[in-house]
Structures are given as structure tokens and as C-alpha cells.
Write a protein of this length. Structure first.
Length: 670
């Protein structure tokens, strides 16, 4: 025990000496110990999990603004009896979109002093409620610097005999209104509300593709106060493209063309596909629209590039996906896995049948230009660095295991053994391997050969047979485009997606990742939950949650909802299912919120405290170290510096504000 008389090892003394630089006095050690122990006894912060955003930036922006529906819940709880629905909706919209709502209120002439006063008081009430589970220090750090002192004062009223505090607070509010600073102050409070509502955001993959502006989502995430990302197959695809993989680049282009969504690529990242569309028009005059020609040109180049990757990597075991050589144009058929299907299109003028996977001269020139554009896009590269920095193949956070797709399993529900580069791997070991390879793909200081290999692997992670991000036997893009018989389109899901219904299988995965707590969960996205057919996102007796609810508009009809947020706070876990978002304009002008309904599926027996979290673990370690340091000071093993009481006027030579604050605090503690 640290407090007992004990001997210290040389290593301990070395470490404690370093630590004593930060805590040189006994008082400093004690203060920090008191702080840390207090933090451990606060309820854990709220985590939000979302996945499969697929470029739906307006809906995502709204969900960030409304805290996945939690802000409205709090507003209803706080003011439900006192205020009518109209007031509460106006108030919520003001929090979600303060600048816009304020300008509406000004235009409508509703910006009276009484309105400001009421609004400011109510916002402070809400902030008080939301901040109650955080330390004062943490709340202070969340405040915009220019208002930090005032908001801090307003949030921490202490009752006293003569209502001094009340008067003092009223004075502050009066002054804010009097000097016409209230708009800025409201904006600051609104951002504080949003920040306090979510302590940590987890994005469980697939930010990119399909929807309009994934780049705007990345911008928002880059500004967000606390976020991690578990890469989805679509994210890894864009990262692979940014890293230089030609197959990834062409897939990115193909997805953008197929979804009529060139804005992200062209406007967002400055990658022009003009040379491609010019070429497509010339190469495929038989197509009856420029779009069809473009899609065809892109697809043919893609199938060639994919063939090149597969040829370089027999170990990918994907030879059966080399379909260009399986086409028999004279008969108008293609042979896929031994079965012959009629082709919808037999005109392929750019394919050289001696080597169907070689790019034509013109295709090569276009590819070269594209590669330069991807590499040279400053914004894409900045976003990619962010995805690397905050992202990973999987994450363990507060005893939960987060990943986008699957952990490959075999038919029996055991972790599948996967062989790459003569390494046999399963579960966590395989995920770590994929993570390392993905990171190396973006390094510049590796050999040309290794870079090619790692970049190819990025493409493999997108659609490979045993990719944990993809989790399907094959990606049938070729079939979906060129074969009418839909039986050929089937993509068989990895056995994981059957076994994840079983608690025992989930426990096996969790244990493989070192998670043995009965409160550990797997959280994944990737496969849209068909809520419309009664499918539940919660599987395996609550051990696994699939949170792909279909933010992507194109999937709404399949899922019946428009996205999920999983919320894990000190009371337990619940799922919010969100209804479709109209648009930002309606949200501001008509207070149209996303309607969200909540389903609690796990209630903790006792409240989860910071001490139960990963962060709490770190704090406990710190507490142990500091207790040891205190002991070393008290036993004379190390010599503390003496703390001297300082004269106030010496400490605060010029700043009267701070002096007043200090005096006030002292008189309060007397
Ligand atoms: O729905 P679309 O755009 O036709 O795309 C289908 C393709 O997308 C995929 O579903 C992959 O995307 P997800 O990761 O979003 O599932 C492929 O399996 C499939 O071939
Ligand atoms: Mn996916």
C-alpha cells in the first residue's frame, strides 16, 4: 500500500522524480488527488454512435445540432409543463441553428428585451442541467474563451442569505442585453448546449459515396470536439484513392458517376472528370446518353484495373472475378463461376483481346491525369490525413468493440483463419494486420514495391473476399451492369452475419479482443437494418448492435427509417431511430425537427461512473502514482518544494477582474 512505509525501487524513484516536476509541492499533489477522485465519482459522459452516413451531410448536420434528439428531450423535461409546444420548438431551433433563427427573430421584430432575458435565463437553465455531470473544469474548457468567465459564473449560483448571487446574475444578464451583446452570447450558449449533450462521437464507418457531400461531413467531423472513426469499406476506398491506388480511384469515380453525384469529387476535391467524359463520348457512340457512355467508359477501365490487381495477387483468391476474359462477344455471353449468362452489351472497342486487362493508350493517359488530380487535391489529402489520424479498423472504447463490417467467421461460427503473405491470422490479429497495411499504404518513405502492395490491399479491403470491411463473397458490379439475370447479382454474406445472432458467437469475438466483461458489446454498421420488416438492430441477446439505419436516402425505402444513433450514457444503452430529414430550410423556417423515437435495451443496475470507463482507468493509475509521490514526500525519500502563500496584490498586478473574482471566491469560502 502506498501509504505504508515502504521502500522504493530505483525505477520508482526515477519516475517519481519526473512526476515531482509537475507536482513539486505536497499541496499540489493533494489538490490533484482530490480533483481526480472527485472526477471518478461523476457519471460517465454520453457517447453517441452513428454509421453509414453516406454523404447525407444535411441530415447529419441536423443530427449533430439536435444531439440525436437528446436536446429536445431535455428541453421537454425541463420546460414541458411551463411552456407550450410552439415555444419549445422555437427554443430548440434556436439552439440548433442560432445564427439563422436569431436573424429571423430580428426580422420579425420579436427581439425585445423581455425575449432576450427569458431566452438567456432558459438557456442557462438548460446548460446547468447538461453540465451537472461534468467537472467545472471540463465545462470551462468547453466554453468559448471570450465568455468563459461569465458563463462559468452564471452556471454556478450558490444560494446565500441576501440573494447577492441572484442580484449579481441579474446584473450580468442586464448588461449583456444593455450593451447588445446578447446575440453572440446566445450563440455561445447554444454551442455549449450541443457540446455538453455529446461527450464522444463514434462514426462506425461509411462516410463516403451515394449521398451528396461526404466532404462536408468530414469538414464537420474535423471541427467536432471529440470523435473517432472506424473505417468503412467506402472510407477505405477514398483513402486508397488518395494514397494512389488506381483501382480505388476508378471505383470512386464509378460510384460517383453511378449515383449522379460528381459534386464531392469535382467541386469538393477539385478532381475533374472532364477528360473522361470527353473520351467516353468518343469511345462509346453507341450509348444513347452521355451518362451511359461515361459509366461504361469508367466501368471498362475499372474492370481492367481490377484484373491487374487480382493478377498481381494470387493470394487474394479472386481469380474468378477476372471476368473480361470470360466474355465471349461472338456468342454474346459471359461465363461466371461455370455458368453461362447472356450479356446485355457486347460492344467493347477499347479491349485488346490479347491482354484484356491492359489499358488503351488513351485510357492510360486519362488514368495518369486522374492520379495526378487525386494526389494533388490538397483538401482530399487533408481529409485523408484526418481519417488516418482519427480512424482505425476497429476500436475498443469503454469495453465495447466497434468496427464497420465483420470479423470473418467460418461456417461453424468460429473465427475464420485468413492467410495473407504466408501469415495465418484470425480475429484481432487479422484486424491489426489490415490496420497496419492500410496505414503503410499512405506512407511515402517505403519502397515502390511495398507501396503498390499496400495500395492494392486498400482495394482488397474495399471488396476482397475476406475483407472485414466488406464481409461478402464478391462484389457483383460487373453482373449488375452487364447481366440481366439477377441471380448472378447475389453477394453471399460472410457467416458472421448468421452467427452474430448468437450470444455465444459474439462472446467468442469479444474474448478474442480481450473483452470479458458481461457489459461488453459489439457495435457495427454496414448492413442496413430492415426495420420496416420488423428487423431489430439489437442482436445476440443485446450483445451486438447494428446501427446502419440508412442515412442514405436511396436506402430509406428498404429500412423504413432514416438512420440510428446508439446512445450510451450512465444509465445504459438505447437506440434512437430517426425519421427522414426534410431540409435545412424547413428545419429553420418551420422548426421541422427530425422525429426520433427511443428504445432502451439495456439499463445498468447502477449508474455507470467515470471510474468504470477507460478514462477512469487512466485516472486511477494517475491516482496511484500521485499517492506514491505523496508517500515519497512524506517519508523524505523525495523533497517537496514548499508552497508559499502569495500576496494577492503581488499575484495580480494589473488585472482587476481577476482580483475581484479571487476576492469573491475567498469570501465565499470563509
Ligand atoms: O446499392 P448500390 O449502389 O447498387 O451498391 C451495391 C453495392 O454496394 C455494396 O453494397 C457495398 O456498399 P455498402 O458497404 O454500403 O454495403 C456492394 O456490396 C454492392 O455491390
Ligand atoms: Mn459498408
Amino acid at each position: 500500500m502506498p501509504y505504508e512505509k515502504r521502500t522504493f525501487t530505483q525505477d520508482e524513484i526515477k519516475y517519481l522524480t519526473l512526476l515531482s516536476n509537475t507536482y513539486p509541492t505536497v499541496q499540489q499533489v493533494c489538490t490533484e488527488l482530490i480533483n481526480l477522485k472527485a472526477i471518478l465519482n461523476l457519471p460517465k459522459g454520453t457517447e453517441h454512435f452513428m454509421s453509414d452516413l453516406h454523404g447525407e451531410y444535411a441530415a447529419f448536420y441536423h443530427i449533430l445540432n439536435n444531439g440525436s434528439g437528446v436536446i429536445r428531450e431535455k428541453v421537454n423535461r425541463l420546460f414541458g409543463e411551463e411552456k407550450d409546444e410552439q415555444w419549445r420548438s422555437d427554443f430548440c431551433t434556436l439552439i440548433y441553428y442560432p445564427e439563422q433563427k436569431l436573424s429571423m427573430i430580428r426580422e420579425e421584430g420579436k427581439n425585445t428585451e423581455a425575449w432576450y432575458e427569458e431566452t438567456l435565463y432558459r438557456l442557462i437553465d438548460l446548460c446547468k442541467l447538461l453540465s451537472s455531470k461534468y467537472t467545472r473544469q471540463k465545462v470551462r474548457e468547453a466554453l468559448p474563451a471570450e465568455y468563459s468567465y461569465i458563463i462559468d459564473e452564471l452556471l454556478h449560483a450558490q444560494p446565500d442569505e441576501d440573494d447577492n448571487q441572484l442580484v449579481y446574475h441579474r446584473k450580468i444578464i442586464e448588461t449583456i442585453i444593455g450593451i447588445q451583446n446578447s446575440d453572440d452570447f446566445i450563440i455561445a450558449l447554444a454551442s455549449l448546449v450541443k457540446r455538453l449533450a455529446v461527450d464522444r462521437l463514434h462514426i462506425v464507418g461509411d462516410i463516403f459515396d451515394r449521398g451528396p457531400r461526404a466532404d462536408s461531413i468530414v469538414d464537420m467531423l474535423m471541427q467536432y470536439h471529440s470523435v473517432d472513426i472506424e473505417w468503412g469499406n467506402h472510407d477505405i476506398l477514398w483513402m486508397g484513392a488518395a494514397a494512389g491506388s488506381r483501382a480505388c480511384m476508378m471505383t470512386v469515380v464509378r460510384n460517383s458517376v453511378a449515383y449522379h453525384n460528381l459534386a464531392t469529387l469535382e467541386n469538393g476535391y477539385g478532381v475533374s472528370i472532364r477528360p473522361l467524359s470527353d473520351f467516353a463520348g468518343r469511345a462509346y457512340p453507341e450509348c444513347d446518353s452521355p451518362h451511359k457512355a461515361l459509366l461504361k467508359a469508367v466501368s471498362v477501365i475499372l474492370f481492367k484495373l481490377e484484373g491487374q490487381v487480382i493478377r498481381r495477387h494470387p493470394e487474394y483468391n479472386m481469380d474468378s472475378r477476372m471476368l473480361l476474359e470470360q466474355m465471349d462477344l461472338a456468342c454474346g455471353t459471359v461465363t461466371i463461376d461455370g455458368k453461362v449468362y447472356p450479356l446485355k452489351d457486347t460492344v467493347f472497342p477499347t479491349i485488346n483481346w490479347a491482354d484484356p486487362y491492359a489499358l488503351s493508350e488513351e485510357e492510360e493517359r486519362i488514368m495518369h491525369g486522374l492520379a495526378r488530380a487525386f494526389r494533388g487535391s490538397e483538401r482530399l489529402q487533408r481529409h485523408t490525413r484526418f481519417l488516418y489520424e482519427r480512424g482505425s479498423m476497429y476500436r475498443i472504447y469503454n469495453q465495447n468493440l466497434l468496427f464497420h463490417g465483420c470479423i470473418p467467421m467460418d461456417e461453424n461460427g468460429d473465427l475464420a483463419v485468413v492467410t495473407h503473405q504466408e501469415k495465418r491470422m484470425r480475429g484481432k490479429e487479422y484486424m491489426d494486420y489490415c490496420d497496419r497495411k492500410a496505414r503503410r499504404a499512405y506512407l511515402t518513405e517505403i519502397s515502390e514495391e511495398e507501396r503498390q502492395d499496400c495500395q492494392d490491399f486498400m482495394w482488397y479491403l474495399w471488396c476482397g473476399k475476406e475483407s472485414p470491411l466488406f464481409g461478402r463473397s464478391k462484389m457483383t458490379t460487373f453482373e449488375r451492369m452487364l447481366v440481366a439475370d439477377e441471380s448472378s447479382w447475389t453477394e453471399e454474406k460472410n457467416p458472421y452475419y448468421r452467427h452474430y445472432q448468437s450470444e455465444a458467437a459474439c462472446v467468442r469475438i469479444l474474448e478474442n479482443f480481450g473483452l470479458t466483461s458481461p457489459y461488453s458489446h459489439i457495435i457495427n454498421g454496414h448492413v442496413p437494418v430492415r426495420a420496416i420488416e420488423g428487423e431489430s438492430p439489437v442482436k445476440a441477446n443485446g450483445r451486438l448492435i447494428v446501427i446502419d439505419g440508412g442515412f442514405c436516402k436511396a436506402y430509406h425505402s428498404r429500412t423504413g427509417i432514416a438512420g440510428y444513433t446508439l446512445i450510451y450514457n450512465s444509465h445504459g444503452m438505447r437506440i434512437m431511430s430517426h425519421q427522414a430529414f426534410e431540409n435545412t430550410k424547413a428545419a429553420i423556417l418551420e422548426n421541422r425537427d427530425i422525429e426520433s423515437s427511443s428504445e432502451v435495451f439495456e439499463t445498468e443496475l447502477s449508474r455507470v461512473m467515470v471510474s468504470d470507463t477507460d478514462h477512469g482507468n487512466k485516472l486511477s493509475n494517475r491516482i496511484y502514482d500521485l499517492t506514491l509521490l505523496l508517500n515519497a514526500y512524506r517519508q523524505g525519500v523525495l523533497t517537496p518544494k514548499f508552497s508559499r502563500r502569495q500576496d494577492i496584490s503581488l499575484r495580480y498586478p494589473g488585472d482587476e477582474q481577476d482580483l475581484m473574482k479571487e476576492l469573491r471566491e475567498r469570501s465565499r469560502s470563509l
